[in-house]
Design a protein around this ligand. Structure first.
Ligand code: UT7
Length: 349
C-alpha cells in the first residue's frame, strides 16, 4: 500500500523580533494582557519591503527540499497555503515556481486560513496515494504584519499575528510504519463573517448599506475598493475573538479524536500533538480535554505569535529539529480557524 510521508521539512522566521512591549508605541495594550490572554511574548515581522509571503515560502521550501535529498527541479506539484498572498491574483504557488526555477508543474493555492496547511497536506496526500505525483511541495506562509490595524481600534487582532513560513516535501512510501494515516476536513460557513476580511471583495455589502437602494444605480466596475473603505478602516480583518475561542475549544478535540478513532488509536498513543498556534489558552484547553501530558503537545506561539497557515509546519519543523519527533512516532496535526474550517492529519513520522 502506498502512503505519503514527509521526506523533508523546513521553516523560515524573519529576523525582526517584535516584543509585546514594542507594540505599545502603536496602541493601548500591555505585555501582561497579551501574555495572560494568548501566551504570546513576541512575534517576528518580515522586512517591510524586501520580504513577501512568497520569498519566505521559498526560504522554507529550500530547506525542506534539501532535507528531502532532492532539488527544486524534482518537485512535480506545488500547493501553497496562505491568506496573505503577494497579489490578489495570481497566487503565491506560481511565484514560488518562478523563484525556484522549477519545471512547468502544477501550482495550486489554498485559501483556508488557519487550517490551510492541513488542508493542503490532505490534497497532496491524495495525489501521492493515487500515484499521480512523487515529490509534492506543500508550503504555508504568511506576512500578516503588512495588513493589520496597528492602532488601539485593531488591537484584539493585531497583537496576535506574526509572520513566517513552513514547508514540507511529500513523497510516497511503502513502509507500513510510516506516513500519513488519514486526514479529516470540516467546515461550517454559518460563521464565515465572524473571522474575516471582507474587503476588497465582490459581496457589495458596503455599497448596499451605504449607498444605493437599486443595484442599477451602483457604479459598474468600480465597487471593489473605495476611498471610504480605507478611511473607515474597512480593509482590515475582523474577528469576534470570544466566539472563535468557544468554537475552537470544541472542534479541536473533536477532529483530533476523529483521526485517532478512525485509526483505532487513543490520545494516550500520541507521541506529539501539533495544534495550530492560535492561542496558548486554546492549546492548553485541548490538552486538558484530551488528557495529554505536557510532553505530548508542542507549542511555540510564545515566540512567533499566530502565523495562520504557517503555524503547523513551523511548529512541526521546530519540534523535529529539537529531536522531539522520531522515526515511526505518532504525530497529530490539527487546526481550526476562519471559515470556520478545521482539520486534522494523523501520521507516523
Ligand atoms: O487563528 C485564528 C483563529 N483565532 C483564534 O483562535 C482567536 C480566538 N480568540 C482569542 O484568542 C481571544 O478571544 C482573544 C485573545 C482574541 C481575545 O481575548 P478575550 O479574553 O476573548 O478578550 P475580549 O475580546 O473578550 O476582550 C476583553 C477586553 C475588552 O475590553 P472591555 O470591553 O472588557 O473593557 C477588549 O477591549 O480586553 C480588551 N482588549 C485588549 N486590551 C489590551 C482587546 N484586545 C486588547 C489588547 N490589549 N490587545
Amino acid at each position: 500500500m502506498i502512503r505519503s510521508r514527509i521526506a523533508g521539512i523546513g521553516k523560515y522566521l524573519p529576523e525582526q523580533v517584535v516584543t509585546n512591549n514594542d507594540l505599545l508605541q502603536y496602541m493601548d495594550t500591555s505585555d501582561e494582557w497579551i501574555q495572560e490572554r494568548t501566551g504570546i511574548k513576541e512575534r517576528r515581522f518580515a522586512h517591510r519591503t524586501n520580504e513577501t509571503t512568497t520569498t519566505m515560502g521559498v526560504e522554507a521550501a529550500r530547506i525542506a527540499i534539501e532535507r528531502a535529498g532532492i532539488t527544486p527541479q524534482d518537485i512535480d506539484f506545488i500547493i501553497f497555503a496562505t491568506l496573505s498572498p503577494d497579489y490578489y491574483f495570481p497566487g503565491c504557488g506560481v511565484l514560488l515556481q518562478r523563484a525556484m526555477k522549477m519545471k512547468e508543474i502544477g501550482a495550486l493555492d489554498v485559501r483556508n486560513q488557519c487550517s490551510g496547511f492541513v488542508y493542503a497536506l490532505s490534497v497532496a496526500d491524495q495525489f501521492i496515494r493515487t500515484g499521480t505525483y512523487k515529490n509534492i511541495l506543500v508550503v504555508g506562509s504568511e506576512k500578516h504584519s503588512f495588513g493589520l490595524d496597528f492602532t488601539t481600534r485593531g488591537r484584539n487582532v493585531s497583537v496576535i499575528f506574526g509572520d513566517g513560513a513552513g514547508a514540507v516535501v511529500l513523497q510516497p512510501t511503502t513502509d507500513e510504519q510510516a506516513g500519513i494515516l488519514s486526514t479529516h476536513l470540516h467546515s461550517d460557513g454559518e460563521s464565515a463573517e465572524i473571522l474575516a476580511m471582507y474587503n476588497p471583495g465582490t459581496h457589495a455589502n458596503f455599497w448596499k448599506e451605504e449607498r444605493y437602494a437599486d443595484f442599477n444605480e451602483a457604479p459598474i466596475g468600480q465597487m471593489f475598493m473605495s476611498h471610504e473603505m480605507i478611511d473607515n478602516a474597512q480593509l482590515f480583518p475582523y474577528m469576534d475573538g470570544p466566539a472563535v475561542f468557544k468554537k475552537a475549544v470544541v472542534k479541536f478535540p473533536e477532529v483530533i479524536m476523529e483521526a485517532l478513532t478512525k485509526n483505532g488509536l487513543t490520545a494516550q498513543d500520541l507521541n506529539l500533538l501539533i495544534p495550530h498556534q492560535a492561542n496558548l489558552r486554546i492549546a492548553q484547553f485541548v490538552q486538558q480535554k484530551l488528557g495529554l501530558r505536557d510532553d505530548q503537545v508542542y507549542n511555540n506561539i510564545q515566540y512567533y505569535g499566530n502565523t495562520t497557515a504557517a503555524s503547523v509546519p513551523i511548529a512541526l519543523c521546530e519540534a523535529w529539529e529539537k529531536g522531539l519527533v522520531k522515526e515511526h512516532e505518532l504525530v497529530c496535526l490539527a487546526a481550526f480557524g476562519s471559515g470556520f474550517t478545521w482539520a486534522s492529519a494523523l501520521l507516523r513520522w
